[in-house]
Design a protein around this ligand. Sequence first.
Ligand code: ADP
Ligand code: MG
Length: 191
Amino acid sequence: MDHIVYIGIGSNLGDRLWNCRRAVELLAQYEAMKVVRVSPWYESEAIPVDGGERGPQPWFINGAIEIRTTLSASELLAALQGIEREMGRELPRSKGAPRTIDLDILLYGGAVINEVDLIIPHPELAKRSFVLAPLCDIAPHAVEALSGHSVKQLLQNLEAGFRVQAHTDSNSRLCAVAHIAQAQGRCNASR
Ligand code: ADP
Ligand code: MG
Protein backbone atom coordinates (compact mmCIF):
# COMPACT_ATOMS: atom_id res chain seq x y z
CA MET A 1 0.00 0.00 0.00
CA ASP A 2 1.19 3.49 -0.75
CA HIS A 3 1.73 5.77 2.19
CA ILE A 4 1.31 9.51 1.77
CA VAL A 5 4.34 11.15 3.31
CA TYR A 6 5.53 14.73 3.69
CA ILE A 7 9.23 15.44 3.84
CA GLY A 8 10.86 18.68 4.94
CA ILE A 9 13.97 19.76 3.04
CA GLY A 10 16.52 22.32 4.20
CA SER A 11 20.00 23.54 3.31
CA ASN A 12 22.18 26.37 4.56
CA LEU A 13 25.58 25.41 3.21
CA GLY A 14 26.98 25.66 -0.32
CA ASP A 15 24.57 26.19 -3.22
CA ARG A 16 21.49 25.88 -1.04
CA LEU A 17 18.84 25.85 -3.76
CA TRP A 18 20.79 23.38 -5.89
CA ASN A 19 21.20 21.12 -2.86
CA CYS A 20 17.45 21.13 -2.18
CA ARG A 21 16.58 20.39 -5.79
CA ARG A 22 19.22 17.69 -6.01
CA ALA A 23 17.75 15.98 -2.96
CA VAL A 24 14.35 15.88 -4.69
CA GLU A 25 15.96 14.38 -7.81
CA LEU A 26 17.71 11.72 -5.76
CA LEU A 27 14.49 10.86 -3.94
CA ALA A 28 12.66 10.56 -7.25
CA GLN A 29 15.19 7.98 -8.40
CA TYR A 30 14.00 5.47 -5.83
CA GLU A 31 11.64 2.93 -7.32
CA ALA A 32 9.74 2.74 -4.04
CA MET A 33 9.00 6.47 -4.01
CA LYS A 34 7.00 8.76 -6.21
CA VAL A 35 7.36 12.51 -5.76
CA VAL A 36 3.85 13.92 -6.08
CA ARG A 37 4.23 17.59 -5.10
CA VAL A 38 7.08 20.00 -4.52
CA SER A 39 6.44 23.25 -2.62
CA PRO A 40 7.79 26.64 -3.57
CA TRP A 41 11.12 27.34 -1.87
CA TYR A 42 11.41 29.64 1.11
CA GLU A 43 14.33 31.36 2.76
CA SER A 44 14.42 31.29 6.51
CA GLU A 45 16.47 32.57 9.34
CA ALA A 46 18.53 29.87 11.09
CA ILE A 47 17.23 29.15 14.55
CA PRO A 48 19.92 29.18 17.23
CA VAL A 49 20.03 25.78 18.90
CA ASP A 50 20.98 25.45 22.57
CA GLY A 51 24.52 24.19 22.73
CA GLY A 52 24.84 24.66 18.98
CA GLU A 53 27.49 26.55 17.08
CA ARG A 54 27.84 30.17 18.03
CA GLY A 55 27.49 33.12 15.76
CA PRO A 56 25.03 33.87 13.00
CA GLN A 57 24.44 31.10 10.52
CA PRO A 58 23.53 31.50 6.87
CA TRP A 59 19.80 31.54 6.16
CA PHE A 60 18.25 28.28 5.05
CA ILE A 61 16.43 27.41 1.90
CA ASN A 62 13.46 25.29 2.94
CA GLY A 63 10.73 23.43 1.16
CA ALA A 64 8.47 20.43 1.54
CA ILE A 65 7.48 17.60 -0.74
CA GLU A 66 4.73 15.03 -0.86
CA ILE A 67 5.68 11.52 -1.81
CA ARG A 68 3.89 8.20 -2.12
CA THR A 69 5.96 5.29 -0.96
CA THR A 70 5.79 1.61 -0.16
CA LEU A 71 8.70 1.99 2.27
CA SER A 72 8.10 1.73 5.99
CA ALA A 73 8.89 4.84 8.03
CA SER A 74 12.20 3.43 9.23
CA GLU A 75 13.18 2.31 5.72
CA LEU A 76 12.35 5.80 4.51
CA LEU A 77 14.47 7.39 7.26
CA ALA A 78 17.39 5.17 6.22
CA ALA A 79 16.93 6.27 2.59
CA LEU A 80 16.85 9.95 3.59
CA GLN A 81 19.99 9.53 5.68
CA GLY A 82 21.65 7.81 2.71
CA ILE A 83 20.91 10.84 0.56
CA GLU A 84 22.17 13.19 3.30
CA ARG A 85 25.44 11.24 3.37
CA GLU A 86 25.68 11.07 -0.42
CA MET A 87 25.28 14.83 -0.54
CA GLY A 88 28.18 15.32 1.80
CA ARG A 89 26.44 16.02 5.02
CA GLU A 90 28.86 15.14 7.78
CA LEU A 91 27.51 12.83 10.42
CA PRO A 92 27.76 13.06 13.31
CA ARG A 93 27.87 16.81 13.48
CA SER A 94 27.39 19.26 16.27
CA LYS A 95 23.78 20.21 16.81
CA GLY A 96 22.85 23.36 15.00
CA ALA A 97 25.84 23.26 12.64
CA PRO A 98 25.27 24.39 9.04
CA ARG A 99 24.32 21.52 6.77
CA THR A 100 24.33 20.88 3.04
CA ILE A 101 21.06 19.03 3.33
CA ASP A 102 18.55 18.11 6.00
CA LEU A 103 15.72 15.72 5.19
CA ASP A 104 13.06 15.19 7.84
CA ILE A 105 9.95 13.06 7.80
CA LEU A 106 7.20 15.48 8.80
CA LEU A 107 4.11 13.28 8.47
CA TYR A 108 3.84 9.61 7.52
CA GLY A 109 0.18 9.13 6.77
CA GLY A 110 -1.64 9.36 10.10
CA ALA A 111 1.09 7.42 11.91
CA VAL A 112 2.32 8.26 15.39
CA ILE A 113 5.78 6.81 15.98
CA ASN A 114 7.91 7.28 19.08
CA GLU A 115 11.18 5.46 18.66
CA VAL A 116 14.64 6.50 19.81
CA ASP A 117 15.73 7.54 16.33
CA LEU A 118 12.37 8.32 14.74
CA ILE A 119 9.56 10.53 15.97
CA ILE A 120 6.50 11.12 13.80
CA PRO A 121 4.81 13.55 13.45
CA HIS A 122 8.06 15.52 13.47
CA PRO A 123 8.26 16.95 17.01
CA GLU A 124 9.09 20.49 15.89
CA LEU A 125 6.49 20.66 13.13
CA ALA A 126 3.96 22.82 14.96
CA LYS A 127 6.62 25.35 16.03
CA ARG A 128 8.42 25.92 12.76
CA SER A 129 7.13 28.45 10.29
CA PHE A 130 9.80 27.46 7.78
CA VAL A 131 8.32 23.95 7.69
CA LEU A 132 4.65 24.87 7.95
CA ALA A 133 4.74 27.60 5.28
CA PRO A 134 5.89 25.33 2.42
CA LEU A 135 3.88 22.39 3.76
CA CYS A 136 0.75 24.52 3.77
CA ASP A 137 1.33 25.33 0.10
CA ILE A 138 1.09 21.65 -0.86
CA ALA A 139 -1.01 20.10 1.91
CA PRO A 140 -3.09 22.61 3.89
CA HIS A 141 -5.57 19.96 4.92
CA ALA A 142 -3.10 17.27 5.99
CA VAL A 143 -3.67 16.49 9.65
CA GLU A 144 -1.06 16.38 12.39
CA ALA A 145 -2.17 13.25 14.18
CA LEU A 146 -1.30 14.28 17.75
CA SER A 147 -3.10 17.61 17.84
CA GLY A 148 -5.73 16.73 15.27
CA HIS A 149 -5.07 20.11 13.67
CA SER A 150 -4.57 20.64 9.97
CA VAL A 151 -1.33 22.12 8.66
CA LYS A 152 -3.25 25.27 7.80
CA GLN A 153 -4.52 25.58 11.38
CA LEU A 154 -1.04 24.99 12.79
CA LEU A 155 0.39 27.73 10.57
CA GLN A 156 -2.36 30.12 11.57
CA ASN A 157 -1.73 29.36 15.24
CA LEU A 158 1.94 30.26 15.01
CA GLU A 159 3.03 33.48 16.60
CA ALA A 160 5.16 35.72 14.42
CA GLY A 161 8.63 34.46 15.13
CA PHE A 162 11.57 33.64 12.96
CA ARG A 163 11.49 35.21 9.59
CA VAL A 164 10.48 33.26 6.51
CA GLN A 165 10.30 34.72 3.05
CA ALA A 166 9.41 33.44 -0.37
CA HIS A 167 12.53 32.68 -2.38
CA THR A 168 12.40 33.79 -5.99
CA ASP A 169 15.03 31.74 -7.72
CA SER A 170 14.48 32.92 -11.29
CA ASN A 171 17.43 35.13 -12.27
CA SER A 172 18.27 35.67 -8.63
CA ARG A 173 15.60 38.29 -8.45
CA LEU A 174 15.11 40.12 -5.23
CA CYS A 175 13.19 38.11 -2.70
CA ALA A 176 9.82 39.48 -1.81
CA VAL A 177 9.91 39.69 1.93
CA ALA A 178 6.97 37.81 3.34
CA HIS A 179 7.05 37.54 7.07
CA ILE A 180 5.13 34.77 8.64
CA ALA A 181 1.91 36.74 8.61
CA GLN A 182 2.19 36.90 4.84
CA ALA A 183 2.95 33.21 4.59
CA GLN A 184 -0.25 32.69 6.55
CA GLY A 185 -2.03 35.00 4.15
CA ARG A 186 -0.71 33.03 1.18
CA CYS A 187 -2.06 29.87 2.68
CA ASN A 188 -5.47 31.46 3.14
CA ALA A 189 -5.46 32.87 -0.35
CA SER A 190 -4.66 29.47 -1.86
CA ARG A 191 -7.86 27.93 -0.53
P1 ADP B 1 17.25 18.38 12.90
O1 ADP B 1 16.64 17.76 11.69
O2 ADP B 1 16.32 18.43 14.07
O3 ADP B 1 17.93 19.67 12.66
P2 ADP B 1 19.17 16.32 12.68
O4 ADP B 1 18.78 16.18 11.24
O5 ADP B 1 20.62 16.44 12.97
O6 ADP B 1 18.43 17.44 13.39
O7 ADP B 1 18.60 15.10 13.49
C1 ADP B 1 18.92 13.87 13.06
C2 ADP B 1 18.32 12.83 13.98
O8 ADP B 1 16.92 13.00 14.15
C3 ADP B 1 18.54 11.48 13.35
O9 ADP B 1 19.41 10.76 14.16
C4 ADP B 1 17.16 10.86 13.28
O10 ADP B 1 17.22 9.54 13.73
C5 ADP B 1 16.34 11.71 14.21
N1 ADP B 1 14.92 11.82 13.87
C6 ADP B 1 13.89 11.64 14.73
N2 ADP B 1 12.72 11.82 14.15
C7 ADP B 1 12.97 12.14 12.84
C8 ADP B 1 12.14 12.45 11.73
N3 ADP B 1 10.80 12.47 11.83
N4 ADP B 1 12.74 12.72 10.54
C9 ADP B 1 14.10 12.71 10.45
N5 ADP B 1 14.95 12.45 11.47
C10 ADP B 1 14.39 12.15 12.66
MG1 MG C 1 17.05 16.30 10.25
